[in-house]
Design a protein around this ligand. Structure first.
Ligand code: G1P
Length: 290
């Protein structure tokens, strides 16, 4: 069945980025001049999905404002002879059909995803976590959609990480299925150091079959009363209905992590013709001092 809808959970408090997140959503943290969530919406659109549901919560209005028209700003640009700046802003509004729903309580990622049940109405759907940027072509979500079309199963994108980082992620274990895919036999969210069953971690991109909603309903609450999507997936894993896909991509930036966020800014700036030379010069100088 085709995958025509994407869900972007963006309801969390973003405590790792306090104090910034006291007043601004972490999904609005900029990579140079675009908020993180812009890249995430772009990935869905470039994967052929333009019906996007963003799960928001209290204090997330700036996300809606970002994808909406700003007539005052447009009038101002027109008056100041900067009308050429208007179309790029309109392109953002026209990029996708974006819907919003609010998660009323902070009850974890699985609970946030469950808020999408009515909207996706019994169809398979993609989930893209709002604080991860995956750079590469074809987009990671496109690769998952294709794997879903091949197998009909729930698909989780995975990447290998070194042993000392596994405790930060959802880790999957499985048996080889295809060149890049594994049939998942076990999942564990943030395993204590030294206990991970493999070095394959979930990077925050999924295609779920709609059965996930029943699984979320029946899942036990995890640490802190929050419902984790990794735990909710366990019944599907037991039924051998989940595939892990080692996506082909240039780079994953977990921008919820401070160092990864800084690295993403440097790397994206290096890709800009406007900034490359000046920044490279600075980095060469910096390297001498380190
Ligand atoms: C979430 C997921 C985790 C996944 C990670 C990717 O964790 O629960 O399974 O590996 O995103 O960034 P969080 O980063 O929200 O703690």
């Amino acid at each position: 069945m085709k995958v025509e809808k994407a869900v972007i959970p963006a309801a969390g408090f973003g405590t790792r980025f306090l104090p910034f997140t006291k007043a601004m959503p972490k999904e609005m943290l900029p990579i140079i001049d675009k908020p993180t969530i812009h890249f995430v919406v772009e990935e869905a659109v470039n994967s052929g999905i333009d019906d996007i549901l963003i799960i928001t919560g209290k204090g997330k209005h700036s996300i809606e404002n970002y994808f909406d028209r700003n007539s005052e700003l447009e009038a101002f640009l027109e008056k100041k002879g900067k009308a050429h700046q208007i179309q790029p802003l309109r392109d953002i509004e026209e990029m996708a059909h974006i819907h919003y729903i609010r998660q009323k309580e902070q009850k974890g990622l699985a609970h946030a995803i469950s808020c999408a049940e009515k909207h996706v109405s019994g169809e398979p759907f993609a989930v893209l976590l709002g604080d991860n940027i995956i750079h590469g072509e074809p987009p990671c979500t496109r690769q998952l959609v294709d794997e879903h079309l091949r197998t009909g199963k729930t698909v989780v994108a995975v990447e290998e990480k070194p042993g000392d980082q596994l405790h930060r992620y959802g880790v999957v274990d499985g048996t080889p299925l295809g060149e890049r895919s594994l049939l998942v036999t076990g999942v564990v969210e943030k395993p204590p150091p030294g206990t991970a069953p493999s070095n394959l971690v979930s990077n925050g991109r999924y295609v779920f079959s709609p059965e996930i909603f029943d699984c979320i309903r029946n899942a036990p609450a995890g640490a802190g009363g929050e419902y984790q999507i990794t735990d909710a997936m366990k019944p599907l894993v037991e039924k051998r209905e989940v595939v892990a896909y080692k996506y082909a991509g240039e780079r994953w930036y977990d921008t919820g992590d401070k160092v990864a966020y800084v690295i993403a800014n440097i790397e994206f700036a290096l890709r800009h013709d406007e900034h490359r030379e000046e920044l490279s010069e600075y980095l060469r100088e910096l390297a001498k001092r380190l």
